[in-house]
Design a protein around this ligand. Structure first.
Ligand code: SF4
Ligand code: SF4
Length: 129
């Protein structure tokens, strides 16, 4: 499975809402797998990924309708957690992220996301409401 850096956060925060029925169906399946398996290898890519591929906002390979914004989310996520384009075990990587993240870091990464004020991301990722 291919995931871009900020989707390591979105897959933890996800609570069933998304951009379209197709996006939600795919996200449900991906998240169910990531939350029930113990060791899922993922290829971290600094580009569009297996969640983007079902999103109405993906315009082309490596091109999101909000490319500047999502590239910033990716860059900040990669910088805060020292991420490279390579294969990781999702559950180990997200445990590493959760042990280092604070509400301030999450706000710095996700502050411009339209889901941030209305989603369960903050509570699910940092444990704080
Ligand atoms: S606030 Fe947005 S970018 Fe951040 S984890 Fe949630 S959905 Fe992803
Ligand atoms: S909004 Fe952009 S980055 Fe987010 S899933 Fe859709 S195409 Fe990918």
């Amino acid at each position: 499975m291919r995931l871009r850096p900020h989707h390591l956060l979105c897959t933890q925060g996800y609570s069933g809402k998304g951009y379209s029925p197709e996006f939600v169906k795919n996200m449900d399946a991906v998240v169910r797998r990531l939350r029930t398996e113990q060791k899922t290898p993922i290829e971290l890519v600094f580009s569009t990924d297996d969640l983007c591929s079902c999103c109405p906002d993906m315009l082309a390979c490596d091109l999101c309708r909000e490319n500047e914004k999502v590239k910033r989310f990716d860059r900040k996520t990669a910088e805060y957690f020292g991420l490279e384009e390579k294969t990781y075990i999702y559950q180990e990587l997200t445990a590493h992220i959760r042990s280092h993240i604070t509400p301030e870091i999450l706000e710095d990464i996700c502050g411009g996301c339209s889901w941030y004020p209305v989603s369960a991301c903050r509570k699910n990722i940092t444990g704080k409401k």
